[in-house]
Design a protein around this ligand. Sequence first.
Ligand code: ZN
Ligand code: ZN
Length: 142
Amino acid sequence: MEKSPADVIAQTLTRHGLRQTPVRLGVLRALKEAHYALSGHEIEQLLGPGTDRITLYRTLRSFEDKGLIHRVIDASDIVRYAACSLGCTEQQHADNHVHFKCTRCAHIYCLNQVAIPAVTLPASFQAQHGDYLLSGVCAECH
Ligand SMILES: [Zn+2]
Ligand SMILES: [Zn+2]
């Protein structure tokens, strides 16, 4: 039988040792349904009035620590979050794919299928983290 999206979300929490709470379920659903990264404010709007902001940001932090979501950063100061693809582990998720910012709709997409190209660094430089952001026109706006 096909798993419903709600089941997948509930199982993702369980798999990471997190109890199911309305905020956790709501955040994960919002990020999975959006096809682009969402800011904390946008997630708050989607969860609706009555969402406790402290709980929301604590949830985002714990999801990040557990590797369920990752930060997406562009030149603005806005931190956005995206759900990691299912089955990605705590280390591989953040660094391995390219992000794409659309200059028309301003959405930032995770291009999970596009790996960050390898770069050759000068001797004695050691990279520990990579952000790779391309900009242009997304498939929706094209
Ligand atoms: Zn667009
Ligand atoms: Zn991403």
